[in-house]
Design a protein around this ligand. Structure first.
Ligand SMILES: Cc1ncc(COP(=O)(O)O)c(C=O)c1O
Length: 382
């Protein structure tokens, strides 16, 4: 099959001029034989890189043992994955609801916030991205003018400017069901909200009885060098949603809940067919096991610092973000630098900020790979 088969796919994605046929570690191999260093990880997904032996073994042995049963049928692998995820978080969560995608995790978090508070308003943050479904799109910055596609949003939403601590009190009121925030924005440009802003949100939510939801779909599961960004900033949300690195590419997502939230979850309150499927749960266990046994959180912190030190060269004039959700600010449009790097066999990402080149590499990245990036940036020049 050649690339002509792409013609049958809905033309909704701008596509890079490469076709990947296999991958190993942090390297992609293309149909025309190029080896490309992957610093983007399929939108922050491939945390363990490619061909990870334990991840592949977990998937294949669960496929052989029993590839699927619904949530109506108890399975140890599902209970183990939930327990493992709670323990990994190091936060006082007591309940996990497994779903399929980041947007779905956010939908369910919002649903619970409305149910618990009996209020109708959500506060989100400018620059946010929370997904493409009706509710997740409604709290995504700029969706209405770009792609939302529904006649109206299903509830009231207002947006606070990023890090604008002074704006919180007026917007988060006794009418607010929840505030939802990415502690480090991904699509918004690897923009970290910082501890003061997140703490102020927490304090105001407590004051007015609103819930605080951290969308850690992109920045969670070790990407910041901590289990979750909530730990990095030492702010405890009522719910965390996570996905992407959670399955290292097997589609899955999770909603973690504190006891107060969990108490509102009654029989039939939430539901899903595929969420919490045994194969997803087997890989979630494998991902957490790998992050812990290979000490990948320490590696993320080390590599992040190295990139910040070594890669302020060529077109890069500043850095932002946290861990391996890094934004390199470029003197020229990031799109141009992205293309120039791809010509030099390095895949990176862009973002909603036109001068931010986004890096979301696998956690297994080594120092020598950072040197390849540095050399390519020097070669591109300013
Ligand atoms: C922070 C954040 N939340 C939610 C989503 C939506 O996740 P999904 O595409 O799995 O629905 C994304 C996807 O990029 C994201 O970055």
């Amino acid at each position: 099959m050649d690339l002509k088969s792409v013609d049958y796919l809905a033309p909704v994605f701008a596509q890079y001029p490469i076709e990947v046929t296999s991958a190993q570690g942090v390297w992609l191999t293309t149909r025309d034989g190029r080896r490309i260093l992957d610093l983007y990880g399929g939108h922050a997904v491939a945390a363990l890189g490619y061909g990870h032996a334990a991840w592949t073994a977990a998937l294949s042995s669960q496929a052989q043992a029993c590839h699927f049963q619904s949530n109506a049928v108890p399975m140890q692998v599902r209970s183990r994955a939930a327990a493992r995820l709670v323990a990994f978080s190091k936060l006082p969560f007591t309940s996990v609801f497994f779903v399929n995608s980041g947007a779905e995790a956010n939908e369910n978090a919002l649903k619970l916030a409305f149910r618990i508070t009996k209020r109708q308003k959500i506060v989100a943050i400018e620059g946010s991205f929370h997904g493409r479904t009706a509710a997740a799109g409604a709290i995504t910055w700029g969706a209405a003018s770009k792609w939302y596609g529904y006649p109206r949003t299903p509830f009231d939403v207002s947006f606070i400017a990023r890090r604008d601590t002074g704006a919180i009190a007026a917007q988060v009121t006794s009418a607010t069901a929840a505030v939802i925030v990415e502690p480090v924005q991904g699509v918004g440009g690897a923009y970290d909200m910082g501890a003061p802003f997140l703490r102020a949100l927490r304090a105001r939510c407590d004051e007015v009885g609103a819930l605080l939801i951290f969308d850690e779909v992109q920045c969670g599961m070790g990407r910041t060098g901590e289990p979750f960004a909530a730990t990095l900033y030492d702010v405890q949300p009522d719910m965390i949603t996570t996905a992407k690195a959670l399955g290292n590419g097997f589609p899955c997502a999770a909603l973690l809940m504190t006891p107060r939230v969990a108490a509102a979850v009654k029989l039939d309150a939430l539901g899903t067919t595929f969420g919490g499927g045994p194969m997803a749960c087997a890989v979630i266990e494998a991902v957490i096991e790998a992050i812990e046994s290979e000490q990948l959180l320490a590696r993320v912190r080390h590599t992040s610092a190295l990139i910040r030190n070594r890669c302020l060269v060529g077109p890069v004039i500043a850095h932002q973000g946290a861990g391996l959700l890094l934004g390199l600010r470029t003197v020229r449009p990031a799109k141009e630098i992205h293309a120039a790097l791809l010509e030099r066999d390095i895949l990176t990402g862009t973002s909603a900020d036109p001068t931010i080149l986004r890096l979301l590499p696998p956690y297994i990245l080594r120092d020598r790979h950072v040197e390849l990036l540095r050399r390519a940036l020097l070669d591109i020049g300013s």
